[in-house]
Design a binder for this molecule. Structure first.
Ligand code: FAD
Ligand code: ZN
Length: 468
């Protein structure tokens, strides 16, 4: 028998936007292919009012809702469970840019806007929306805010939270909160906006946001450098901060094995420097001129070479060369998934502790799981590593994951905690880290988080079983 809710949803938003049959894996299977669920229906509203209608109907029927944007999340938070009872609420049709306010340096965009499409529209207006990540061709603004995404420009511009000035949210009761202020100052009580950012669909459905824009720099240059030790990467970061100041916009590191995977799975991508223990990708933006930027950038690298902090370096000569370097960096997650499932850790540490952490973690993992391979790369400028453990060569990756994930996590997370770090830097908690969170976060913090969830979603309708 058809669930009575489906009749109501079809009536409210049209039969074509309530999907129950055929291949729904685009919504039911996550990007990593780790979590496959089954939805009561995939529902695709076209407006905020329709989202509110859907949530009211779901609340009336006690049906739980999983919001989804581009389904690029890496912690299993945006796909339904396998009960066949949840509504998968896809925001992808809410994809209008409502307004660019150039004088206020803001854009107001709907939650389903694909990040790359928004970047392009803002660029047409002569401005910059700096949030950038490898998934930008598919991930959405709503998903970026719901996960408080980071990416490659956090060092200069901050993460999604820091780029957001206002939100429009539909709450669990189906009420619309219009908080789309473009204000940079607004101290009128508790910050509801910041409560929804990073809440991973558990407190409300984000339907639109007002975001900060920036002037476009006159030039952006990209360089590669190589060195032998992570300590040297940290030293170069310090030098870059000192010499480039706010002109330092990106600082990424990639260990030898992560680039070996890119070479193996994407042999056509050029890698201009020879393989090394560490390859660093640095981006420098300048508001004066390209010549000015190049002179400062080359001085930084020459000094670092002289001081022995790096062993070789190359500055991209053209925009296309720079893009090719970034393309290599951004291909690591794809190359990893071609290699098979691995044990992912999206961790952050104080930059001052990162080399000590990695030294201890590498040694402990290698002694307990000889031959395990580390795909260690990430946003060193933010103290954020993607410290991923791949099965030894010849061992079935899925079996390795299944057998050793808990043990590997314990080693890594114990060390992260000892060094004052976080077990989720930018990907969120989802289902992947929900139980770990309870173990690692102070009990008082968990109690306050649960109190907030209880206050905003007392019946537990929004993304149950995730985060808290
Ligand atoms: P989804 O995957 O659809 O959903 C993610 C979570 O947000 C789910 O819990 C979902 O319920 C919730 N959600 C989605 N939309 C809404 C909404 N409108 N309202 C309320 N809740 C909602 N992340 C980074 O931070 N930095 C990176 O550098 C980065 N690189 C990546 C590279 C690759 C190749 C891939 C596949 C992923 C990467 N990610 C990265 C992770 C992912 O892209 C981000 O988490 C992104 O913000 C998710 O956006 P999405 O629209 O795909 O969200
Ligand atoms: Zn990342």
């Amino acid at each position: 028998m058809t669930h009575p809710l489906l009749h109501i949803l079809r009536e409210r938003i049209g039969t074509a936007q309530v999907l129950t049959e055929g291949d729904l894996s685009a919504w039911e299977l996550d990007w990593r292919r780790r979590w496959r669920g089954r939805a009561l229906a995939v529902v695709r509203p076209g407006s905020t009012a329709e989202v509110a209608d859907i949530l009211r109907a779901c609340a009336a029927h006690g049906v739980t809702v999983v919001p989804q944007g581009g389904n690029t999340g890496l912690v299993g938070g945006g796909v339904p469970d396998d009960s066949g009872t949840q509504v998968l609420l896809s925001l992808s049709r809410l994809n209008r840019v409502r307004r660019i306010d150039a004088a206020n340096l803001t854009v107001t965009a709907e939650a389903g806007c694909v990040l790359q499409a928004l970047q392009a529209q803002v660029e047409e207006a002569g401005l910059l929306f700096p949030l950038s990540m490898a998934s930008q061709g598919s991930c959405t603004i709503g998903g970026n805010l719901a996960t408080n995404a980071g990416g490659t420009q956090v060092l200069r511009y901050g993460n999604a939270r820091e780029l957001c000035l206002g939100l429009e949210v539909v709450n669990a009761a189906g009420e619309v909160w219009d908080g789309l202020s473009g204000l940079r100052k607004d101290n009128t009580g508790y910050d509801l906006r910041d409560l929804f950012i990073g809440s991973e669909g558990t407190l409300g459905v984000i339907t639109a946001a007002t975001l900060k824009l920036y002037p476009r720099p006159a030039a952006a240059l990209t360089a590669l450098a190589i060195c032998d030790r992570l300590e040297q990467c940290v030293e170069l970061l310090g030098r870059a901060h000192g010499l480039l100041g706010a002109g330092l916009t990106g600082f990424e590191v990639m260990n030898r094995f992560s680039l070996e995977l890119v070479r193996r799975h994407f042999p056509a991508l050029p890698q201009p420097l020879p393989p090394a223990a560490w390859t660093i990708l640095i981006e420098h933006a300048d508001h004066e001129s390209e010549a000015h930027a190049r002179a400062r950038f080359e001085a930084l690298l020459a000094d670092a070479l002289d001081a022995g902090a790096i062993t070789d370096a190359a500055v991209a000569e053209s925009l296309s060369q720079a893009q090719a370097l970034w393309h290599v960096r951004e291909s690591i997650p794809l190359a990893q998934s071609e290699e098979g499932l691995n044990i992912k850790h999206d961790i952050s540490l104080p930059v001052s502790a990162i080399a000590a952490f990695a030294g201890e973690a590498d040694a402990q993992l290698q002694s307990r799981w000889p031959g395990m391979r580390l795909v260690n790369f990430g946003h060193l400028g933010d103290g954020n590593l993607h410290y991923n453990v791949q099965a030894p060569a010849g061992v079935d990756p899925a079996l390795f994951l299944q057998t050793h994930e808990a043990g590997v996590n314990q080693v890594v997370y114990d060390l992260v905690q000892r060094h004052g770090g976080s077990i989720s830097a930018e990907h969120g908690v989802g289902v992947l880290k929900r139980d770990e969170l309870v173990q690692r976060k102070p009990a008082v913090a968990m109690t306050m988080m649960r109190a907030i969830k209880q206050a905003l979603d007392p019946s537990g309708l929004l993304n149950p079983g995730r985060v808290v």
